[in-house]
Design a protein around this ligand. Structure first.
Ligand code: 2P0
Length: 330
């Protein structure tokens, strides 16, 4: 095959990844656990070409500099394995507001790993795809899988890999609030490196969050939604605490974000179980039961003005599109 198209969805971490143990291999300082969404997919086509270099198009615009270098570094790993030097045209379409803390890089690099390995004729297992996606962006290793996913931090390229977790409880949903879809001022990578090097709270974050991964995994095994939600809210706030301790401080949450955290707490007090989380941006993601998701979104719209709410259920892992379904790579 010389051309392949893959679709992948973003994932939202319930137990967060923040900080690297190894920058080159993208090994995280802590494990994490996420839910893959069924909204905001990224579709990526990789086509081998006779060009003297790779070209990367994102939403119709050619990428250059660091952004295209990250894509090329994943293609290089695939080429090394396939034993070829042939270059490629990568055409990607994002449906998530880029760089707004809505995990667009996770879907992008999961789709790239899936499409590029197929285009270069490799037949990789999901674990191998997860490791490959991780090299492009850490959180992308989780978007190879659908549903609830655990990223084992590992200590090497082979052992730092995600796996799907079985969930026997009621179906889960995530209400994604969009306060701002503006490009964030400090990207995740720079933000986490800044936290690692300057925050006195980083060590406490790492040890406490590794413990939360174990507690969350056990909550998943017991299908204990309440514990999972409580742990998710804690992990998000502890991650933001580590950033707030950095020098200079790194603050992604705004007063609007905290207003949503307050509203979510009110919903719980009213008997509607929901838990708030936030990533490297102001937008708050709310974990709830699927059957109550529209109620949660409605209740939040009533309490918070001018915030868009997207309801997502648990989504699929990265998959290839059949020949007939492929958009043409312009
Ligand atoms: C997460 N985030 O677990 C955390 C929570 C943001 C906050 O993973 O440098 O884009 O490519 O490995 O994966 C965002 O960081 O960073 C992220 P790199 P990535 O979802």
């Amino acid at each position: 095959m010389t051309r392949a198209t893959a679709v992948a969805h973003p994932n939202i971490a319930l137990v967060k990844y923040w900080g690297k143990a190894d920058q080159r291999l993208n090994l995280p300082a802590t494990g994490s656990l996420s839910l893959t969404l069924d909204i905001f997919p990224t579709t990526t086509t990789v086509e081998l070409t006779n060009d003297p270099m790779d070209r990367v198009m994102l939403d119709g615009v050619e990428l250059s500099g660091d952004e295209s270098a990250r894509v090329r570094s994943v293609l290089d790993l695939v080429r090394e394995r396939a034993g070829t030097g042939t270059h490629a045209l990568v055409t990607s379409t994002n449906t998530v507001p880029t760089a707004a803390g809505l995990a667009s890089s996770a879907a992008a690099f999961a789709a790239l790993a899936k499409a590029s390995s197929a285009a270069y004729g490799l037949s990789l297992s999901d674990a191998e795809l997860s490791r490959l996606a991780r090299r492009g962006s850490g959180s992308a290793c989780r978007s190879i899988f659908g549903g609830l996913v655990r990223w084992n931090k590992g200590t090497s390229d082979e052992t730092s890999v995600a796996e799907r977790l079985e969930w026997q409880g009621e179906p889960l949903a995530m209400v994604v609030s969009v306060i701002s879809s503006a490009r964030k001022k400090i990207g995740s990578r720079a933000g986490m490196n800044h936290t690692v090097t300057t925050s006195p709270y980083f060590e406490g974050w790492v040890s406490s969050n590794n413990a939360l991964v174990e507690r969350a995994s056990s909550a998943v095994e017991r299908a204990d939604f309440t514990s999972l939600g409580e742990i998710a809210e804690m992990s998000a706030l502890r991650m933001h605490a580590s950033m707030l301790g950095a020098e200079p401080p790194l603050r992604y949450l705004t007063s609007r974000s905290f207003a949503i955290f307050d509203a979510v707490q009110e919903l719980r007090e009213d008997g509607l179980e929901a838990y708030a989380s936030a990533d490297a941006g102001p937008n708050v993601k709310i974990l709830c039961r699927s059957r109550e998701a529209s109620l949660v979104a409605h209740a939040l719209r009533e309490r918070i003005e001018d915030v868009k709410m997207h309801v997502s259920n648990s989504g699929p892992g990265a998959y290839l599109l059949d020949e007939g379904e492929r958009p043409s790579a312009a």
